[in-house]
Ligand binder design. Structure first.
Ligand code: AHR
Length: 337
């Protein structure tokens, strides 16, 4: 990457980018604002343009911090653009990164479709693109260099596998309420698909309702308010929620009723935020499937490999755990998010 620019051009570029990012995003964050006592290897030759979705959950906040901290420690400059949950803002940010010739573009696609044009522009500008966390739908895989993130289909499968294990010996039927993540995102599609894949051969389980919760705690609460009417029987046996924020919102309402969480209603959640692990320890959730937000180090490693002209893996899935009510909960280290 470095061969195409001399040092003077690079310094000019850095200044222009500073100005641009300040004016247009108001959120330019240099990773070196953190941990002032630690000394990173300064390598100001690499600049990443990073388009993040927003800050809809504790998971997302940790994901952003992980990118910023890893960039700082790697001595890489990170231009951060917060898209405030809008795909159009992400496309604008990516276009601006192209205009200012960053070395690598990293982005979290809020939804799967609609990226081909802007990625074609990045390709024509010779800027490698690393997609993190969520995947895109494209017929041209050459439009991105690498994907780094979770296997969301496997997360859905793990949620379902927990239910099969829990109800191994029982012959009754189970009604499931699913609360999905953002419509059109690969993560919601993946978790739904993996969950159904495992349960479809077992006639005891029926998904009787599936609601869009948009990964928001407030939506989890609203959905609970819709279904948990005081004078009515509990209409579900199982809650499968695509993230902890929505699960915790649902619990906020559930705890005001006589329904016992994790007993009258079996609860399976995804992310493994500290608050959800605490709820698991308190016997309010039965299973939490981990989704690992700490993608910063693998991303910086990949960026450095690219800068050295090395070939990088096309798809990297981060290993993840499943935490259940059967685990020795005293062994769980703090999650950090
Ligand atoms: O894309 C990952 C998902 O996005 C996480 O499960 C959720 O909490 C976040 O908002």
């Amino acid at each position: 990457m470095d061969n195409k620019k001399n040092k003077g051009t690079k310094m000019k570029k850095i200044k222009i980018i500073h100005l641009f990012a300040f004016l247009f995003f108001f959120t330019l964050i240099f990773s070196c604002t953190k941990n002032q006592n630690e000394k990173p290897n300064i390598n100001n030759n690499i600049i990443i343009g990073f388009s993040q979705i927003g800050a809809e959950s504790a998971w997302r906040t940790c994901n952003t911090q992980s990118m910023q901290e890893a960039a700082y420690h790697a001595g890489i400059q990170l231009l951060y653009a917060n898209a405030e949950q809008k795909q159009e803002n992400q496309i604008k940010a990516i276009r601006s990164f192209i205009v200012y010739q960053v070395d690598v573009i990293v982005f979290v696609p809020i939804v799967q479709s609609g990226w081909d044009n802007v990625l074609q522009e990045a390709k024509e500008a010779g800027i490698p693109v690393i997609i993190i966390d969520r995947k895109i739908k494209t017929t041209d895989e050459s439009l991105f260099t690498a994907f780094i993130g979770s296997d969301h289909i496997e997360e859905g499968r793990n949620a379902a596998r927990f239910l099969l294990k829990k109800f191994n010996d029982e012959q009754r039927n189970y009604r499931i309420l699913e609360i999905r993540g953002t419509e059109g995102s690969s993560v919601a599609a993946g978790r739904s698909a993996g969950f159904r894949q495992i349960l479809k051969t077992d006639k005891r389980f029926t998904i009787t309702a599936s609601e869009n919760g948009d990964f928001l705690r407030s939506r989890g609460k609203e959905i609970a308010e819709t279904y948990l009417k005081k004078d009515k029987d509990l209409p579900f046996d199982i809650l499968f929620s695509h993230n902890d924020g929505m699960t915790l919102g649902f619990l906020d309402v559930l705890e005001k009723t006589d329904i016992k969480p994790a007993q009258d209603l079996i609860i399976v959640s995804v992310d493994a935020e500290q608050a959800a692990i605490d709820a698991l320890k308190d016997g309010k959730i039965n299973c939490v499937v981990e989704c690992n937000p700490k993608l910063g180090n693998p991303v910086m490693k990949t960026v450095k490999m690219l800068s050295e002209g090395k070939t990088v893996p096309k798809i990297t899935h981060i290993p993840e755990n499943v935490f259940t009510e059967w685990d020795d909960l005293s062994l769980f280290p703090l999650r950090g998010y």
